[in-house]
Design a protein around this ligand. Structure first.
Ligand SMILES: [Zn+2]
Length: 303
């Protein structure tokens, strides 16, 4: 007679079943602890048909530019429109506040951020002299970029990757396409380099890409903080402290058109078109390029 309470074979079977149940329990526990990657859509999202036309257009350009990042618009507690982000952030779309140019720069709502239409295409005599404070793309809602790209230097850097650009590794944002777009800009420019030796003084020395830093003389984060901007030759004119700003329109007009066209074709805006000019600076802002095209009737965006 065996000394075991039941034969060893049945013992092994029972142990196996128990072990399997234990594993299933562990898997269930792990799943229960997993935080929801995507918060459920806000229940109060407004149908596009209920939005004012300008808000509906802004929503459609943001959705097309940053797929999946923007859920829609809703009314906030005060009744004002808010942009609802996929990560749960709710940003004032139109807070109804009148703004001075300085306030539009420092504390824009989303509507203000997108209000100035970027002058897409070759610069002419008129667009080389923008009206005071006409700097489309410079009014940035910081919370929007933090929501898209990362809430800290470490988080924004984690999403960056190195892109080959004129012999450099430019650290650019991997989320929502900036890195891929810069790669394509260089693919457009590289075959033309041999025919344009004069481009060297525009492109070099390369100023850099990702850099977590504030805009000069402000406490607002630069677009470089999110890896969505590149600086070409860092000696190119910058509006702050410029000694002879009256000479800048000629430099804007003389700037290689093919370089500007290559960047714009891939979703970048150029700081050379700003009243607060920044000729070295190109910034990935596909929403502004799309809005300019939509208003010209060149594209139709899904609502
Ligand atoms: Zn820059």
């Amino acid at each position: 007679m065996s000394v075991y309470p039941f034969p060893p074979r049945r013992y092994r079977l029972a142990f196996g079943v128990l072990f399997l149940l234990f594993l299933l329990w562990l898997v269930g526990l792990a799943e229960a602890r997993q935080p929801d990657a995507r918060p459920s859509p806000a229940p109060d999202l407004l149908p596009a048909a209920e939005l004012p036309a300008d808000a509906a257009l802004d929503l459609s350009v943001l959705r097309a530019a940053y797929p999946g990042a923007v859920l829609g618009m809703a009314r906030g507690a005060s009744g004002m429109l808010e942009l609802v982000m996929a990560d749960g952030a709710r940003l004032a779309y139109d807070d109804g506040k009148p703004r001075t140019p300085a306030e539009a720069e420092e504390r824009p709502d989303v509507r203000t951020m997108l209000a100035q239409v970027y002058p897409l295409g070759p610069v002419d005599e008129a667009s080389a002299r923008p009206a005071p404070h006409f700097s489309p793309g410079r009014h940035r809602v910081q919370a929007f970029f933090l929501s898209l790209y990362g809430k800290s230097e470490a988080e924004a850097r984690k999403n960056c990757r190195s892109v080959r650009f004129d012999g450099h590794g430019a650290l650019m944002q991997g989320r929502y396409g900036a890195a891929d777009a810069l790669e394509r800009v260089w693919k457009r420019l590289e075959p033309q380099m041999a025919a344009h030796p004069e481009w060297a003084k525009t492109l070099r020395p390369f100023g850099g890409a990702f850099c977590w830093r504030s805009i000069a003389a402000t406490d607002r984060l630069s677009a470089h903080s999110f890896g969505v901007a590149v600086d070409l030759n860092s000696h190119l004119p910058y509006w702050l402290g410029m000694r002879n700003p009256e000479k800048v329109p000629a430099q804007v007009l003389a700037f290689p058109r093919e370089i500007v066209a290559a960047f714009e074709a891939e979703g970048f805006i150029w700081g050379g078109k700003w009243a607060e000019f920044d000729l070295m600076h190109f910034e990935y802002r596909p929403e502004l390029i799309l809005k300019a095209k939509a208003l010209r009737g060149e594209i139709t965006l899904p609502r």
